[in-house]
Design a binder for this molecule. Structure first.
Ligand SMILES: Nc1ncnc2c1ncn2[C@@H]1O[C@H](COP(=O)(O)OP(=O)(O)OP(=O)(O)O)[C@@H](O)[C@H]1O
Ligand SMILES: [Mg+2]
Length: 252
């Protein structure tokens, strides 16, 4: 279907703790869509619920109430093998710490999701070569993670997330462990993936510079979306300034 949102979140809440324990409501009714090919940022102070939200969107956790559809599929209705297959195929995820397996080469790390899905060796290798070229890591595919820079590790992690062409790429502070040069390179690559390949991206960050790469930013405060900024036609520098201004008024 044309124009169907790639992610559709409807009124989700999340309460941590069992009924007979101390409870904490981390999300209090969050509703938004991410459109096909959009690059959306989510910002908010520490403890505002960003990771909670992302874990639910990426199907690692379930909301207490509300629904999440990815590519038209209500993921809150999926269980067991169907859920893990859906997650492996349709959801790409990059974290702050790269989560690479140290005893596998970059190539083997990238191929891992396909190996787990019993994709043929030839298709695995073709897919790895293609995404590695896109991300500029084709020269380091035989290296082990300890032989890679932080920026290269995060590119390998991004390649692993994207190798099965998921509906959406989620990132939780993916530049958090990188030096500023590597962070900038990763952000430029994400923008290129978004603009040239049409990859839909949802990026959680508390860094205004990273957020300035997004087309639209949702600000979350105490488990609710408090405001939204749209990049529009303004320069990235102007958008960055607008983000700083919003954070200034928003967090007090
Ligand atoms: N497993 C859990 N059990 C109980 N409370 C939790 C749990 N996970 C998170 N919380 C609480 O929910 C709130 C939101 O946490 P969350 O990790 O989503 O914040 P965040 O916005 O990602 O913060 P940060 O920027 O520090 O990563 C916090 O108050 C946190 O203490
Ligand atoms: Mg977090």
């Amino acid at each position: 279907m044309q124009n169907q949102p790639v992610v559709s979140v409807h009124d989700i809440t999340k309460t941590y703790g069992k009924a007979n324990e101390k409870q904490y409501q981390a999300l209090k009714g969050v509703t938004f869509d991410v459109h096909q090919g959009e690059f959306v940022g989510i910002m908010g102070a520490s403890g505002s619920g960003k990771t909670t939200l992302l874990n639910i969107l990426s199907t690692l956790d379930r909301p207490t109430s509300g629904t999440v559809a990815i590519d038209g599929q209500d993921v809150t209705a999926l269980k067991g093998d169907r859920l893990s297959d859906f997650r492996a195929k349709q959801v790409g995820f990059i974290f702050q710490d790269f989560n690479l397996l140290e005893n596998l080469t970059a190539r083997e790390n990238i191929a891992l999701p396909m190996a787990l899905q019993n994709v043929s060796h030839k298709r695995q290798q073709d897919a790895v070569d293609k995404i590695a070229r896109t991300l500029g890591i084709d020269g380091v595919l035989d290296h082990y993670p300890t032989e890679l820079s932080g920026g290269q590790k995060q590119r390998v992690a991004a390649a692993r997330a994207l190798v099965q062409e998921p509906a959406i790429l989620f990132g939780d502070e993916p530049t958090g462990a990188l030096d500023s040069q590597s962070a900038r390179e990763l952000l430029n690559t994400m923008r290129e993936l978004n603009q040239a390949q049409g990859v839909s991206i949802l990026l959680v960050t508390h860094d205004p510079f990273s957020a300035s790469y997004a087309q639209r930013i949702l600000f979350i405060k105490d488990g609710q979306i408090g405001s939204e900024l749209v990049h529009g036609d303004q320069s990235q520098a102007d958008f960055y300034q607008e983000i700083l201004n919003t954070l200034g008024t928003f967090q007090n």
